[in-house]
Write a protein that binds this ligand. Sequence first.
Ligand SMILES: [Zn+2]
Ligand SMILES: [Zn+2]
Length: 187
Amino acid sequence: MSISLQTCPCQMNPSSDDISAPLLYQDCCQPYHDSLLSEETDKADGIKTETAERLMRTRYSAFVLVKPNYIVKTTLPAQQNLLDIQAIESWAKETNWAGLEIVAHTPKLGKRHAQVEFKAYFNVSDNENDGLQAHHELSAFVKVTDKTNNNAQWYFLDPTVEMTITQKQPCICGSGEKFKRCCGMYI
Ligand SMILES: [Zn+2]
Ligand SMILES: [Zn+2]
């Protein structure tokens, strides 16, 4: 069966049975993936994730479906060339993904940030710690407004990327505020 017609990876939640009508990939994360990964720039400007939670879901699905370019392109632009796309790809492939649970979504935090607490489940099959496990994380996101056309877009703030920035420098998100008063509060 075509991947488009299968349940979207982000709709699987092993800790709950009560998703009554899980969305198909084509009705959930696929339009976002296709739009951002399209070679045609007019298409790439198309659909944007409306909320941090939506972005989080599409990123989880991109890990499951091994679309490392989507992971890179949805990370804050100032961090993108510091990411190891090969490592992202191997990690995505090697992980036996088992579902996503959104624990909490704080859609508005200050002027331009949001947080999503989630559990990304995966199966481990080695002798010592067999079974279902979860990455339980609180991720921060920032909404960046393009000053030339006023388009706003959510990005993931990667806390693992080593940035050479001082607290008093202008923020990496381009907001014009000091780093410590902006994204520095969340990463
Ligand atoms: Zn989805
Ligand atoms: Zn910032």
